[in-house]
Design a protein around this ligand. Structure first.
Ligand code: FES
Length: 267
């Protein structure tokens, strides 16, 4: 077979022969993720207006310790250092945050949008050395599977919150009755989007279908593997829908709790 010697030429940062709007996607990812991180950080530091009646903001769920009626173990713990600001969200947000941060889709997205590594396919990057994810600190991204276990638990907890969001207490009589408000639907949609995102995880696919780098022969496991694969094909879409909706769910509960929005009851 004939062979030809090729010399790969390094181009300057951002150089490309692409003529399409290749910069649009990384720019949109940069704007979207920055907005989400800034908003959730702000919301986590508020420590108030995160619950309204039977609704609990997903950014504060599970509320392990806190002042609302949703708290599992009572008020702010006495062991919390007095010099540190306090919010119930500080105890839990690291888990879903770590899950998204180490997600294969988000990694590809923020490597491009925030580190320009590379800015896009076939566009020259600012570095000339490629280290991959084989050394510190990026090797820590392999922790994703363990965050998955936690994320699955969070989906169950958030589904339980939807159940709680079906039971309204009358302020005058103290009686509890079944009902559905717009907030119930908002929290339910959050579980659907988050479930679609979490159950489409690459690591879950390997977990349910694989045995030591091979596909399992068990029909049940192969079916589960294909189901996860179905969701995985739209993983980017689920990732963005769940990200936007979890932020909106917090906005909804917060504005209702502040008296700015009125929660309408459907039932
Ligand atoms: Fe995206 Fe696991 S790969 S959540």
């Amino acid at each position: 077979m004939a062979q030809a010697e090729l010399t790969l030429k390094q181009h300057g940062f951002g150089q490309t022969r692409r003529r399409d709007l290749w910069w649009l996607q990384p720019l949109a990812v940069f704007a979207g993720l920055s907005t989400f991180v800034i908003y959730t950080t702000w919301a986590a530091f508020q420590g108030e207006y995160y619950a309204f009646g039977p609704y609990l903001s997903p950014l504060y769920s599970p509320e392990l310790f806190g002042e609302s009626s949703h708290s599992w173990f009572g008020a702010k713990p006495s062991w919390w250092p007095a010099v540190l600001p306090w919010s119930p969200a500080f105890l839990i947000l690291w888990a879903p945050g770590g899950f998204r941060l180490t997600c294969y889709y988000y990694r590809g997205a923020y490597y491009k949008a925030f580190w320009a590594d590379p800015p896009s396919c076939a566009v020259a990057e600012p570095r000339h050395r490629y280290l991959g994810e084989n050394s510190f600190p990026l090797i820590l991204q392999n922790i994703h599977r363990y965050f998955l276990y936690l994320a699955l638990l969070f989906v169950v907890v958030l589904a339980y919150d939807v159940w709680n969001a079906l039971w309204f207490t009358d302020a005058a009589t103290g009686a509890t009755s079944f009902g559905i408000g717009i907030g119930t639907l908002v929290l339910a949609a959050n579980v659907v989007f988050l479930g679609g995102y979490t159950l489409g995880c690459h690591s879950l696919r390997h977990l349910v279908g694989g045995i030591r780098d091979r596909l399992s022969a068990s029909p049940a496991r192969l079916k589960a593997y294909n189901c996860v694969g179905c969701l995985n094909r739209r993983h980017m879409l689920w990732a963005w829908m769940s990200l936007c909706w979890v932020g909106f769910s917090d906005v909804y509960v917060r504005l209702c709790a502040m008296g700015i929005w009125t929660d309408l009851r459907i039932l």
